[in-house]
Design a protein around this ligand. Sequence first.
Ligand code: SF4
Length: 342
Amino acid sequence: MNRFSYLQAESLEGALAALAADPGARLIAGGTNLLDLMKYDVEQPDRLIDITRLRDLDTIAETADGGILMGALVSNTTIAYHPLVAGTFPLLSSAILAGATPQLRNAATAGGNLNQRTRCHYFYDAALPCNKREPGSGCPAIKGVNRNHAILGASTDCIATHPSDMCVALAALSASVHVAGPQGTRTIAMADYHRLPNGSPDRDTTLGAGEIVTGIELPAEAQRFAEHRSYLKLRDRLSYAFALVSVAACLEMGSGGAIRDARLALGGVAHKPWRRPQAEEVLIGRKPDDASFAAAADVLLEGAQGREHNAFKIEFARRAIIRALTQAAAGTPQSQSDKRIA
Ligand code: SF4
């Protein structure tokens, strides 16, 4: 680990000024990913700016239109069990509880969850080339061990996957990310927050230089998916493992038993949570049965490309989508405490 200086920011303005003054600095809050990256010499910041005292970013509140705004410093545990979230956006609670361990969820923040880096093992080995760590050096995962890697949206630059569960639910719920920066504040749609690796695999997000995530907003309209939703996470062991494939499935059922609206997002398959509105449109007006769900899965997985160790993920994801939609339609969402697949 390199030597670095440490600054305790007392205000958002102070943190923004410190970041602007030192492009080599990194923000730290829970530190559950950054400290690992520093220990592995993947990140070598010359300064850490501690933002844990920015109390304005540590709250969950209802917005004027009935949605929810969660501060960037709220812990994953607090979000998952908060009555506003668990009651009206249970998909998000479920996705968070599917991730990591209780200890990690207690420390990890919403902003850190958004900005965590891939868990590609080559990325964490500073002795090996990696386009994400050092653009232009190569991607050993393409011909190497790539069981956990992407089947959608990848490129010869990078085939890494985004590791978050929370973000898959946020994508399905059409959340937006609030940021502050040198030019003021702005909001980024969740679909546009993470990016595909093409051209610049070192950049995971569309966050600009000197910008800080201040919060995540859940829109009120997504509450209609509270009853028929499921977050299904498939992995090599039942806890403390990243997804091989995960599915956030949301349905709004019409009075005649047909699907009125749907949302679908995948984790573990791409450089970002994978959502394709055309797959959701396939479901509208159809009966909630295997044929409808398979049709949506085929659209969502269109163009999927497997490699030596992860080609199984294409059929695996297809079956997971059908299973998650079946759970959502029945109103029997996947339990994250009893992990047996319903
Ligand atoms: Fe690096 Fe991406 Fe290749 Fe992994 S997949 S080795 S992160 S370039």
